[in-house]
Ligand binder design. Sequence first.
Ligand SMILES: [Zn+2]
Length: 169
Amino acid sequence: MMLPIVKFGDPVLHRKAAPVDQITADLQPLIDDMIETMHAAPGVGLAAPQVGVPLRVFVVDVSVGRRAEDLRVFINPSFVEREGMQLEEEGCLSLPGFTATVARPARVVLKGWDREGVERTVEGTGLLARALQHEMDHLEATLFVDRLRGIKRDQIVRRIHKLRKRGAW
Ligand SMILES: [Zn+2]
């Protein structure tokens, strides 16, 4: 089932997500729905807060459904390593219509549970490293605009306020 994606300004995006205590049966349909919603958007990642669920869960698929091995589910993830630097254009399904160049580490190693509760360690470079960090940020209530310098961030936030006034956000 496709889930509605909440946008910048929704309180659930602006507070830290809570850890998952245990993998319960009701988590599985949420994960399936998040994967379906990410692929349909289309996007390379989706975090649970973006569908209104304040839990430390996200899905990532840099192939957007083309390669099954690229689909990954992370529950209670944490960074093991971060190194280097990359500068690329980045967007977010919760900020439709906006992109900006965001500095991120070039390589990361993350560990977390998969959907069966098995601990996995995943290394990412390039787009995967970027996607993993972007989704980790969502769990910490940080959106890509929060990583921009003042003026660029203010421009985007001002345009969102205008859209909201017109009922277009
Ligand atoms: Zn995002």
